[in-house]
Design a protein around this ligand. Structure first.
Ligand SMILES: [Zn+2]
Length: 318
C-alpha cells in the first residue's frame, strides 16, 4: 500500500511549485497579465518568478499570481496536502484537523479551508438533465442547523407565535438541491424556501426537456409544468418509488451533507453555508462512481484556484 503523501510534490515548497506549474502550464508558462503562452524569461535570481517577454507587457508573474494562493504565506506543499485531504475524505476535513496535521496555526488553517472551498466552487451554468434529450432531475429541499436566536424571534405582528412552516421549525436554514439521476448535483441556500425562490432555482438550472422528480411538496407544482414531465412520489402516503420515479439520489446527497456537517463542521455560520455546499457539491460531482480517483479530484480542485480571490476580511464578513 503506497502512501499518498510520499509523492514528491508534498515534500517541499519547491517541488510543489514545479508540480503546480506542470498542472497549470502544460505548454509553458502563461503570463497572468496578458495571457501570452510560453513567452517569458525565467528569473534566475528568484526561483518561480517569470518576466513576460511580450513588448507591451514585460510584467513579472509566478504560478500563483492571480489565484487564490497569491500572497499566501503557507508553503505550497502544505496547500497541496490540504487540497488532497479535503478532496479525498468523503465528509471533508475540519480546520482543527488541518491545523494539527499540517502544523499551521488555526486561523491560517481556517482561512485555507475557505479558499479551497472557493476553488471547488463551480461556476457552471449549463442546465442539468439536458444531455441526451432529457434526463431525470430530482429536486428536494431540506432544513439544516439552527438560526441564531436573534433571527428566530417572531416579529411583533406575530404576537409571539413561532414561525412554523408545514410542520418544520423555521429556526433552520433552507437548502434546495437538484440532482441529475446518475450525474451531478447543484445545491443552493435561499433565504427562504418558498414557491418563488424554489421556482427560480428550478427554472434557471434544469433543462426544459428534463423530467422533474419531486415529492408531493407544493413548492414544485406550478414550475413543474415547464418541464417535459413532472412526476411525484407521495412520501406522506408511504410511497417512495413508483417505477423509475423517486427522489432517492437527492436524499442521499442530503444525508452525506448532514452527516459530514454534524461530524466535522459543528459550528457553521450561516454566512459560510454556501461555501460548504460548494465543497460537498464538488466531491459529489467528482465521485468514484463517476470515474474520479482521489488524485483526479485533487487536480481538478487545484485548477479552480485560477481567477478567484478571497481575502481573510471577505470571509470574515461575507
Ligand atoms: Zn504578459
Amino acid at each position: 500500500m503506497s502512501n499518498a503523501f510520499d509523492a514528491p510534490h508534498f515534500q517541499s515548497h519547491e517541488n510543489a511549485r514545479a508540480w503546480l506549474e506542470a498542472q497549470r502550464w502544460p505548454d509553458g508558462p502563461i503570463c497572468s497579465h496578458c495571457g501570452s503562452i510560453n513567452h517569458a524569461y525565467k528569473n534566475k535570481a528568484k526561483p518561480g518568478y517569470y518576466r513576460c517577454a511580450e513588448k507591451e507587457c514585460r510584467k513579472d508573474f509566478t504560478v500563483t499570481t492571480g489565484t487564490l494562493m497569491e500572497r499566501s504565506h503557507i508553503p505550497l506543499n502544505k496547500w497541496l496536502m490540504a487540497f488532497y485531504l479535503m478532496c479525498a475524505s468523503k465528509k471533508g476535513v475540519s480546520a482543527h484537523q488541518l491545523h494539527r496535521s499540517l502544523g499551521i496555526d488555526y486561523k491560517s488553517a481556517w482561512f485555507l479551508c475557505h479558499r479551497i472551498r472557493e476553488a471547488m466552487r463551480d461556476g457552471k451554468m449549463d442546465p442539468l438533465g439536458g444531455a441526451g434529450g432529457g434526463g431525470i432531475v430530482e429536486a428536494d429541499e431540506t432544513y439544516f442547523g439552527n438560526l441564531p436566536e436573534s433571527k428566530r424571534r417572531p416579529s411583533p405582528q406575530r404576537k409571539g407565535r413561532p414561525y412554523i412552516k408545514k410542520g418544520r421549525a423555521a429556526g433552520k436554514r433552507a437548502i434546495v438541491a437538484l440532482v441529475e439521476r446518475g450525474g451531478r448535483v447543484r445545491s443552493f441556500h435561499p433565504a427562504v424556501a418558498d414557491g418563488a425562490s424554489v421556482a427560480a432555482i428550478v427554472r434557471e438550472n434544469i433543462a426544459r426537456e428534463a423530467r422533474l422528480h419531486t415529492d408531493e411538496s407544493r413548492l414544485y407544482t406550478k414550475v413543474g409544468h415547464e418541464f417535459s414531465a413532472h412526476e411525484t412520489v407521495t412520501h406522506s402516503h408511504g410511497e417512495y418509488a413508483r417505477g423509475d420515479v423517486h427522489t432517492n439520489s437527492v436524499e442521499g446527497y442530503f444525508s452525506i451533507f448532514k452527516r459530514g456537517m454534524r461530524g466535522i463542521y459543528q459550528h457553521c455560520g450561516e454566512k459560510h453555508l454556501h461555501r460548504y455546499l460548494a465543497e460537498y457539491d464538488f466531491r459529489y460531482n467528482h465521485r468514484v462512481a463517476l470515474g474520479y480517483s482521489d488524485i483526479d479530484r485533487t487536480k481538478i480542485a487545484v485548477q479552480g484556484i485560477v481567477g478567484k480571490r478571497l481575502t481573510y476580511h471577505q470571509v470574515g464578513r461575507a
